[in-house]
Design a protein around this ligand. Structure first.
Ligand SMILES: *[C@@H]1O[C@H](CO)[C@@H](O)[C@H](O)[C@H]1NC(C)=O
Ligand SMILES: *[C@@H]1O[C@H](CO)[C@@H](O)[C@H](O)[C@H]1NC(C)=O
Length: 185
């Protein structure tokens, strides 16, 4: 019991540190951020996610900017039930590079920060709950499945520095046929 409490408090402290000093990419440009991204890295420390860690595949997403500054994100996830498509709608905030969305799975508003991107190669994206921050994710997106090792190492170091345990930092293999070939992407 006591260890559980200590673990929870430590997890909360880690995530509060995450929130404190993370700034979005300077001069974030949504148009340059648009298009296809592959989620080649993922740090996620939720206990409920642990059994799935070795089954995760690299998801593929398409970012479509809307005229009002919001974003539609279409994601393809390879799951045991097959390739699943999900649409997320990210709403702009006053801070470029920062968005909110309503998670139907967790039934709450979360926020998304594009921490670092060079638009043509990689992006580091942080996701957290706005008010209640126990579980946070850091994702590394690449314009292709293969990224330079120094970009991957930088992502791992960033996740470690935010308090993610080493075994929660994944670099999943490519998904097979997800999205299905011939679906246009
Ligand atoms: C964004 O998603 C909404 C909801 O599914 C859809 O109605 C709209 O057409 C989409 N816009 C674009 C530009 O894809
Ligand atoms: C992003 O990284 C790629 C690969 O190293 C490089 O070719 C490109 O010039 C970089 N873009 C910017 C804007 O720094």
């Amino acid at each position: 019991m006591r260890t559980t409490v200590v673990a929870v408090v430590m997890a909360m402290m880690c995530v509060m540190m995450v929130h404190a000093d993370v700034k979005p990419q300077r001069d974030f440009n949504l148009q340059k951020f648009a298009g296809k991204w592959v989620r080649v890295g993922l740090a996620y420390d939720s206990p409920s996610f642990v059994p799935y860690r070795d089954k995760v595949k690299a998801s593929i997403g398409i970012i479509t900017p809307l005229p009002n500054g919001n974003v539609n994100l279409t994601m393809w996830d390879a799951t045991p039930m097959g390739c699943q498509t999900k649409l997320y709608q990210y709403e702009r905030t006053n801070v470029p590079g920062q968005f909110t969305y309503f998670s139907t799975r967790h039934n709450m508003v979360k926020d998304i920060t594009v921490v670092d991107t060079n638009y043509t190669e990689y992006a580091v994206v942080l996701k957290h709950k706005v008010f209640n921050r126990e579980y946070t994710q850091v994702a590394l997106y690449g314009r292709s499945q293969r990224l330079r090792i120094d970009v991957i190492n930088k992502f791992k170091a960033f996740a470690l520095s935010r308090g993610f345990p080493r075994d929660s930092i994944l670099t999943p293999p490519p998904a097979e046929n997800c999205p299905p070939s011939g679906s246009g992407r």
